[in-house]
Design a protein around this ligand. Structure first.
Ligand SMILES: Cc1cc2nc3c(=O)[nH]c(=O)nc-3n(C[C@H](O)[C@H](O)[C@H](O)COP(=O)(O)OP(=O)(O)OC[C@H]3O[C@@H](n4cnc5c(N)ncnc54)[C@H](O)[C@@H]3O)c2cc1C
Length: 383
């Protein structure tokens, strides 16, 4: 049985591990943390990601642990509504909110069920293109395939591809979960996401993950240091978003701050090592597609026939097939973040160029690569 060693127990590593185990690999997953912790925030999973979860047999988790949205409202900072979308009509698919942990837990359960051995507290310090992992403490492991699913600062990528510059972008975000209180949804519909945008670049997203818990994201330009201070200064945010005081008051000292980064390695595979997820294609979160795309590259890698001919040819075929769509997504997200494309953040509802992504049938490797420039004339200038 060929042996795959996966570095990183995030969404990408877990999806790839399930797929590889189901395709005849002996799989071990190394996670440096002592548990598979997903951080206290939420995640919208779009139709492309949901199809992958379904293909992994996780429909029950989508139904019971996810929270399907039926409305997405775009507002000005004053609270005035500018657009309202019904996700299915606007994107051709569902949008289901998850608390991150509620997504990681069923993936981890499915991985264990598929026979994946998960090693916690296992920090990888170096990888070699020949399929070797070195762990903290001096342990060395030889593998037929090493998968770097270790995030944007991937040590696997650094080991096999050298130090590549991370794309730095002009925004940062604070993410957290807040409780939902009675009256937050005056019409009783708790499946409504709302985004509030200020012309100065501040944005607040309020996305319910259940009837009790709301994912809150506060975005600002890096130059806006008073907005990105941690813990947040509620008065700063309330001054910009006067109708959101009751939500801002629930933040307290909570929240995790991240700057936006992206990465474009020259290739996603080096010898016996493949990169997936943020390690391969970290992107700005403007389209909410980082984790969704991570599932696409992870699933498609695990579903590829990597054992019949040469591994190098198989990895090249995998990358050739999936990378153009993911690259488009990265560049589109970057264009929005940098203000080269419609900055109103409603682009994934209104732009037909995103339909191929949102309708991508990765489990069956069926998707179109249309002429994006023709679909969105500003796109050719933006990427
Ligand atoms: C502000 C912000 C908002 C976002 N919003 C969205 C959104 O709305 N929708 C969306 O789809 N995506 C969003 N994303 C992106 C999303 O979080 C990532 O794309 C996704 O988590 C990537 O998953 P991953 O498994 O590739 O990497 P990670 O989630 O980073 O997982 C990597 C794992 O590897 C482990 N690891 C790292 N180094 C080692 C090592 N040396 N040894 C062993 N283990 C190691 C880590 O502990 C971690 O568990 C957002 C990102 C940011 C910053």
């Amino acid at each position: 049985m060929p042996a795959a060693e996966i570095v990183g127990g995030g969404i990408a590593g877990l999806v790839a591990s399930i797929q590889l185990a189901r395709h005849g690999w002996s799989v071990r997953l190394h996670e440096r943390s002592d548990e598979l912790r997903a951080g206290g925030n939420g995640l919208p999973i779009f139709e492309n990601g949901l199809r992958i979860l379904s293909a992994l047999g996780l429909d029950e988790a989508i139904r019971t642990r996810g929270h399907q949205l039926n409305k997405w409202i775009i507002r000005l900072s004053s609270g005035q509504t500018t657009k309202e979308y019904e996700p299915f009509a606007a994107t051709g698919g569902r949008i289901v909110m998850f608390q991150r942990q509620a997504l990681v837990d069923p993936l981890a359960e499915a991985a264990v069920k598929a026979g994946v051995r998960i090693e916690l507290g296992a920090k990888v310090v170096r990888a070699e293109r020949e399929g070797v992992l070195h762990l903290e403490g001096g342990r060395r492991i030889d593998a037929d395939l090493v998968v770097g699913a270790d995030g944007i600062n991937s040590i696997v990528r650094r080991s096999v591809a050298g130090t590549l510059p991370l794309g730095k972008h002009r925004k940062g975000a604070i993410r957290l979960l807040i409780p939902i209180h009675d009256g937050d949804f005056p019409d009783g519909n708790d499946r409504v996401a709302a985004e509030y945008n200020d012309e100065g670049g501040r944005r607040i997203g309020l996305l319910p993950c259940s009837s009790r818990t709301m994912y809150m994201i506060l975005v600002a330009l890096l130059s806006d240091s008073e907005a990105l201070k941690m813990p947040i200064d509620p008065d700063v945010w309330k001054a910009t978003f006067p109708t959101l005081g009751r939500f801002i008051d629930r933040v307290g000292t909570a929240g995790h701050y991240d700057e936006y980064h992206s990465i474009f390695p020259p290739t996603w595979h080096f010898g016996k090592c493949a990169l997936i997820g943020d390690a391969a294609h970290g992107m700005t979160p403007a389209l909410g597609q980082g984790a969704n795309s991570a599932m696409m590259t992870a699933y498609s890698l695990g579903a590829s026939d990597l054992t019949t001919g040469s591994l190098s040819d198989a990895l090249t075929a995998w990358e050739d097939k999936i990378r153009p769509l993911v690259h488009f997504t990265q560049k589109f997200a970057e264009g929005i973040t940098e203000g080269r494309l419609d900055p109103k953040n409603d682009i994934f509802f209104s732009d037909p160029a995103l339909r191929p992504l949102l309708s991508a049938d990765i489990p069956n490797m069926r998707f179109d690569m249309p002429d994006f420039a023709a679909l969105n004339p500003s796109f050719s200038n933006a990427v």
